[in-house]
Design a protein around this ligand. Structure first.
Ligand code: FPP
Length: 238
């Protein structure tokens, strides 16, 4: 039985607190997001150094469209810039980049950048870095359910559908479930992130704002994970 003594293989992160970080240091909100994006890059290097294979970050939720037009425009530009500028770096470092979420709501040029980044980095194996963009857990489950309904119409026998089959219809079909979910900046909510996939994930909350989250903070989260006993619903062995 896994007693949680090994390192997590997949860590998902809800990057919260960019705005509060900016306020704390008298910066613009946009500068907070820029610092947050820079920290995603730094954390990627740290994950590689620690041999953690999967990192999934919540970059833009289906609810984030409700923010001001200026902020949405800035966040979209930040993601475009990241995807157009970081290919050489990703290939050099061995990072495979994927995007989960409803792409139909994204601009044509962002969609094109995503496809090209995913295609060009698909052989990379050191780190699987996944960005959730226009992502909502309920939306993902609903889209998967619609695919299932389509397949049933085409003759799929629903009696054969199990959890593994349903998982294969999700955006994360080729990514293992997270072992650990980290949320920064003091909020203790899931906010519609990876609802299906975190069924057995350990949760770790910290007061640190995302741009200030460091390697030491990651070590604290991993230590806490390693000291928990993961039973996946089984009884504790005597
Ligand atoms: C939460 O902070 C953060 C977001 C909604 C966006 C996070 C996105 C990025 C850092 C950019 C994507 C990353 C890359 C590498 C392209 P908040 O604004 O909710 O902070 P607050 O709650 O303190 O206001």
């Amino acid at each position: 039985m896994d007693k949680g003594a090994s390192n997590p293989r997949h860590i998902a992160i809800i990057l919260d607190g960019n705005g509060r970080y900016a306020k704390k240091y008298g910066l613009l909100r946009q500068q907070g997001h820029k610092a947050g994006a820079d920290n995603v890059e730094e954390m990627g290097d740290i994950f590689i150094a620690k041999g953690i294979e999967y990192m999934t970050v919540y970059a833009f939720s289906t609810e984030n469209w409700k923010r001001s037009e200026d902020e949405v425009t800035y966040l979209m530009a930040l993601m475009k810039r990241y995807l157009s500028k970081n290919k050489v770096d990703a290939l050099r470092k061995g990072i495979r980049i994927r995007v989960i979420g409803d792409r139909s709501g994204l601009s044509e040029d962002l969609r094109r950048l995503i496809v090209s980044m995913e295609e060009d980095t698909k052989e990379m194996k050191k780190l699987n870095l996944t960005f959730a963009i226009n992502y909502g857990g309920r939306d993902e489950i609903l889209r998967a359910s619609k695919k299932l309904a389509e397949r049933a119409k085409e003759g799929l026998d629903l009696k054969t559908v199990d959890e593994a089959y349903f998982s294969s219809l999700l955006d994360t079909s080729d990514i293992p479930d997270p072992d650990l979910l980290i949320r920064t900046s003091g909020e203790e909510r899931i906010s519609n992130f990876l609802l299906w996939q975190i069924a057995y994930a350990e949760m770790y909350f910290t007061d640190k704002y995302w741009p200030e989250f460091t390697e030491e903070d990651l070590d604290l989260a991993i230590d806490s994970y390693r000291h928990r006993e993961r039973r996946f619903g089984a009884r504790k062995e005597d």
